[in-house]
Design a binder for this molecule. Sequence first.
Ligand code: NI
Length: 393
Amino acid sequence: MTVVKHHFAEDVASIQEDVVRWRRYLHTHPELSFQEEKTAQFVYDTLQSFGNLELSRPTKTSVVARLVGKHSGPVLAVRADMDALPIREENEFDFVSQNPGVMHACGHDGHTSMLLGTAKILSRLADEINGEVRFLFQHAEELFPGGAQELVDAGVMNGVDMVIGAHLWASLEVGKIAVKAGAMMASPDTFHIVVQGRGGHAAQPHLTVDSIAVAAQVVTNLQHMVSRDTDPLDSLVVSVTEFIAGTADNVIPGSAELVGTFRTFNADLRRTAPILMERIVKGITEAHGATYTFSYQNGYRPVVNDERVTELLRESLLETFGAEVVVDAVPTMGGEDFSAYQTQAPGSFFFIGAGNSAKNIIYPHHHARFTVDEDALPMGVQAFVNGIFKLLK
Ligand code: NI
C-alpha cells in the first residue's frame, strides 16, 4: 500500500495493535452523545497509563490531556470526538455493539483510538516537542448544541494557537488523505413550519382549508431558494425531511407540520435564509387562506479551514506519504462542531480515507452496516504525529 517515509513509522507500527484493540473495545461499547461516561473513563485510564500527560475532565464526559514539551513554542490542540448514534447495528463481525440500539456508525471509535495512539507516541517524545500538544477527547459531536462548544466554554482553547482534527471518511478509499483550505463542511441549520388550515370532511374540500395541499406547495416552493433566489455559484441545500399530517382517508387535516434542514458554507446566505424561507411560507399560506408558524434554528457553524495551517498540514502529509496519498478534499454539506474550535484559533479539519470496496466496506456514515477499514487507523496516527511536529516547528 503506502510507502511511509518518515522515521515515526516505527513508532506507529509499535502502537498499531493497541489502536485496533482500542477501536474494537470502543466499537463494542458505544455510548450516546452527552452520555459517554464509560468511554471517557476508558480514555482517561488509557491516557494515564502513558505517563507524562496532564489530564483533566472539563465536562462530565470529556477528557483533555496536555503534553508540555521540553522547549517553549506554540500550543496545538488536536481533537477527536467520542460519541455514538441511536442505530441498531447490523454488522456481523465479532466486535459488534453490545449496547442494543446504540452504534459507532460514524467512525468516532476510530477517531478516539487514533488520538490515543498519537498521545501514546508523543508522550514518549516530550523532549523533542516545542510548545504544547493539547489532546481534546470531545463528547457529543452528533447532537446539537454539541460538545465542542461546551469544551470551548470550559476554557480548553485558552492559549491555543492552532487546532486540527480529522474524520475517517467512508466515501474516500483507504490509503488516501484529503485536505482543503477554505470551506469544507456546511452549517446544518434546521427549520420547523406548521401550516394551519381548517380541517373537515374529505368529500367537502370547499368547506376546509386543506393544510396538506398548502404545505405541499410550501415544500415545492422552498426549492426556489436554491434554483431562483440565490447565486447559482453558491452551494446550498434545502431539504424537507418530515411532513407530518393527517389521520384518515376521509379527513382533511387542520394542520400540517414540516421539518427540514438548510445548509450552506456562506455566512451571508445563512443570515438571509430564514428571511427568504419565511417570505415563501407567508406568501403561500396567505394565498390559500391558511396561517403558519415558522422557526429556524442555527446549527453548527460551517467548517472553514485556515489557509496557513492547511498548507503546513498538506506539506507534512506530502512529506510523510507522498503525492499519491494526498488529495484535495471535496467539501460536504454535512456539518461538524469542530467549527466551534475554529472560532478560537486557526484550524484545519481533514478526511482520512476509510472505505474499501474490495473488503465490502462500502456503507455510508450513519448506516447500520457502516464500518471503517482499520488500515486507516495507523495512517491517521502517522498523519497526526508528523503533522503535530510540523505545526509546532
Ligand atoms: Ni462523525
